[in-house]
Design a protein around this ligand. Sequence first.
Ligand SMILES: NC(=O)c1ccc[n+]([C@@H]2O[C@H](COP(=O)([O-])OP(=O)(O)OC[C@H]3O[C@@H](n4cnc5c(N)ncnc54)[C@H](O)[C@@H]3O)[C@@H](O)[C@H]2O)c1
Ligand SMILES: N[C@H](CO)Cc1c[nH]c[nH+]1
Ligand SMILES: [Zn+2]
Length: 433
Amino acid sequence: MNPSLLKYRGRLKALSPEARRRLMDRTGTSDARVAQRTADIIARVRRDGDKALREMAREFDRAELQSLEVPRSVCEAALASLEPKLKDALTRASRNIAKAHAAQKPQATEVETEPGIIVGRRPDPLGRVGVYAPGGRAVYPSSVLMGVVPAKVAGVGEVIVCSPPGPDGKLSEGVLAAAALAGADRVFALGGAGAVAALAYGTESVPRVDRIVGPGNAYVAAAKLQVVDAVAIDAPAGPSEILVVADSSADPEAVAREMLAQAEHDPDACCVTVAVGDVLAQAVAAAVERAAARAKRQEIVTRALSERGAVLSVDSLEEAWPFVADFAPEHLLIATTSPLEELPKARNAGTVFVGQYASVAYGDYMTGANHVLPTAGLARAYSGLSVLDFYRWTTYQRVTRDAAARLADDVGLLADSEGLFAHAEAARGWRKS
Ligand SMILES: NC(=O)c1ccc[n+]([C@@H]2O[C@H](COP(=O)([O-])OP(=O)(O)OC[C@H]3O[C@@H](n4cnc5c(N)ncnc54)[C@H](O)[C@@H]3O)[C@@H](O)[C@H]2O)c1
Ligand SMILES: N[C@H](CO)Cc1c[nH]c[nH+]1
Ligand SMILES: [Zn+2]
């Protein structure tokens, strides 16, 4: 057991302001470098199109690409030959995601603000979206479902999936099968910031999209933030995070399993437990260290926990909630005696797991909630991916002849006051003399 594996231990209120700031700052000190590299990649794709994408596949994925696009028949074949139990599990996940997201579909509204003046707002499905499914340190068929299924529920015109190729130049069978199952229209073997740039600006092979959704590592998250001049994005959904709030009812081994599960995604993952009482905090820390010592993805887990892992103690749950709101975790797990009573106190979490039986892994794959979630503290303002990300809104106003006459003078007055005299004239055109 390595007693110093976790970066932060001890009492939450004893953390120095500098340590607390570093714990909060999940963008990390290397970020300026990531941002610069990402900017260079985007510029290369804008300049050289497909040629740059092929070079980057060689550079970052060690893959020689025959073709950037994967024919639909290849996806269908992967689905047909998928191991039946795995296919059943993917189908079950897809069904739950569709059900949960269908319930979120937005409604058009119309309101009469004054007699004869009707203001409406109508959700229109987007024309074309890009779904990024990560594929560097693990493959993510689940992320294909999380992006494509809600897009299809919303009625998006065309859904394009990008995911990095393996060294053989191919996508995993699971990713291909998930794309076919969810009904993706086109699939490209492209990863990282290059894929994001291609979807944002278009290349000879890749059509530009209206919105890019989906998670990824620091490069993918940085790229999404850098292309917003050309495309909409969902939210910066970067390296995974978990914050567990636990009291004496929590099983320390279960809390440790949750910490390890998110730590194994990425060395940049951030895993924190806030436990009521020093005894529980020590038991959780010891369980985390034991679990890390036997982890299959030990190198990743060890780096994540030693760079950003924390187990901190508080005197009471009341001390935990302001920290939760400030930290704004991607995933919050409430492992307490009365988790449902605590739920309203939890602010700024990407998604909440209520009670210790609600393992984050269930939400990652199967509950039907979306696992594409804001990270790096941005859950303060951004929400997780939902069906709403796949619409844009059209507002309109209808005005009857009589209502136009009633608007003419006041609108004319306001326009005059702004010095916009043609507006005033347009408004007064329908005055009744
Ligand atoms: N927040 C969420 O909703 C959510 C959901 C699922 C997964 N995730 C996160 O997604 C990430 C997946 O990361 P991943 O790395 O496995 O796959 P990824 O697809 O995000 O990244 C792989 C790509 O990164 C690029 N890359 C790698 N090294 C690079 C370098 N040195 N310079 C430039 N580009 C480079 C390459 O283009 C490569 O294809 C993890 O951080 C995981 O925690 C987040
Ligand atoms: N925990 C990830 C979101 O941070 C989602 C995921 C996909 N597969 C496994 N986990
Ligand atoms: Zn996960």
